[in-house]
Write a protein that binds this ligand. Structure first.
Ligand SMILES: Nc1nc2c(ncn2[C@@H]2O[C@H](COP(=O)(O)OP(=O)(O)OP(=O)(O)O)[C@@H](O)[C@H]2O)c(=O)[nH]1
Ligand SMILES: [Mg+2]
Length: 318
């Protein structure tokens, strides 16, 4: 089974766990809600159809389950469904199309209208489609939506740009929301357990791949490392026209995190319940270090960089 097919198994297992949170995803039709959810929760890049009604997705985070309500944004649905789901949601995500200039005003109106139905739930605002040339500058969006005013209110808010296409900023902001919905007790260790890693050039040439642990553990994870190579090659092709991109692929019990930053592609294999956002931050930091060494024509040992900079994130034994 590939990384992609195995995720469905993960999605729908353990449905009856007790701790549940609900997240309502709203935004005008065509803003990218379903595409974002598919990217985040199913690692799918497929084209989606407009949503008539609601898509319900379940995703697991440690021992918790999140029920994600992706609600179609066409007018009748906005009028009849949004308010109900927003009112009972533990978290709200508003997706905004940064390139749909003709409907900016309508989006602002709908945004503020919906927030009146739930004054407490943490809010994640995603200015989507920043990969498009027509996407408007984030500062303009900030003032259009008057974010400064919102920040002064009680509610916890996060405003960020993203692209469902490249995955940029998506996983980190989703992680922010997830954390807002957890109690202190539920936020377990924020470290990841790195099982292996990859360093590629965006041309597709591999610079390094490695597995952590004893020779026995390494041979156990070897098939996974090979499978990851295949996924990275696919990612490189898919994202060849973009400077930055991020993705997260899941197997039954492992995750593959891939980050593209300019000329470099960096990847990590981590455990399935590990916080992907930390892995992305680690890769972005390592990118800076590796890029500097490359520019200075110095020796690069990716595994050694990880071991010296992130010793507590290294996987030892199961
Ligand atoms: N270029 C680009 N296109 C995107 C992005 N996100 C979504 N799209 C495209 O925008 C269109 C609408 O996306 P959907 O995910 O169906 O939008 P939605 O918000 O679910 O729309 P409704 O279900 O009608 O409410 C699709 O053609 C997507 O492929 C993005 O980040 N960049
Ligand atoms: Mg949709």
């Amino acid at each position: 089974m590939s990384f992609l097919s195995r995720i469905l198994k993960k999605q729908y297992s353990g449905f009856d766990s007790k701790s549940k949170r609900s997240i309502a995803i709203i935004g005008l039709d065509g803003a990218g809600k379903t595409t974002i959810i598919n990217r985040l929760l199913k690692s799918e890049f497929n084209l989606v159809r407009p949503t008539f009604g609601i898509n319900i997705e379940i995703y697991k985070y440690g021992s918790l389950e999140f029920i994600v309500y992706d609600i179609g944004g066409q007018t009748p649905l906005r009028e009849s469904l949004w308010n109900k789901f927003v009112a009972s949601a533990d978290g709200i995500v508003f997706v905004f199309d940064s390139a749909d200039k003709k409907r900016f005003k309508l989006a602002v109106q709908e945004f503020y209208n919906t927030l009146t139905y739930n004054k407490k739930a943490p809010l994640l605002f995603l200015a989507n489609k920043i990969d498009l040339k027509e996407a408007v500058d984030f500062n303009k969006i900030r003032s259009l939506f008057n974010f400064n005013k919102l920040i002064r209110e009680q509610r916890k808010c996060e405003f960020t740009q993203c692209s469902a296409l490249t995955g940029e900023q998506l996983f980190e902001s989703w992680d922010w929301l997830t954390h807002q919905l957890l109690s202190k007790k539920e936020i377990s260790s924020m470290n990841v357990k790195i099982l292996g890693g990859y360093l590629y050039l965006s041309s597709g040439d591999m610079l390094e791949e490695f597995l952590c642990g004893t020779p026995k553990t390494q041979s156990k994870h070897f098939p996974l490392l090979k499978e990851g190579n295949y996924e990275i090659q696919r990612f490189i092709k898919q994202m060849k026209n973009y400077q930055k991109a991020e993705t997260l692929l899941q197997t039954g019990n492992k995750q593959l995190i891939i980050v593209k930053e300019d000329e470099l592609i960096l990847g990590l294999i981590i455990q399935s319940d590990d916080p992907a956002a930390r892995a992305i931050r680690i890769l972005k930091n390592l990118h800076k270090k590796v890029a500097k060494k490359l520019a200075n024509k110095e020796k690069i040992n990716f595994q050694e960089f990880i071991q010296s900079d992130y010793p507590i994130d290294i996987y030892l034994e199961e």
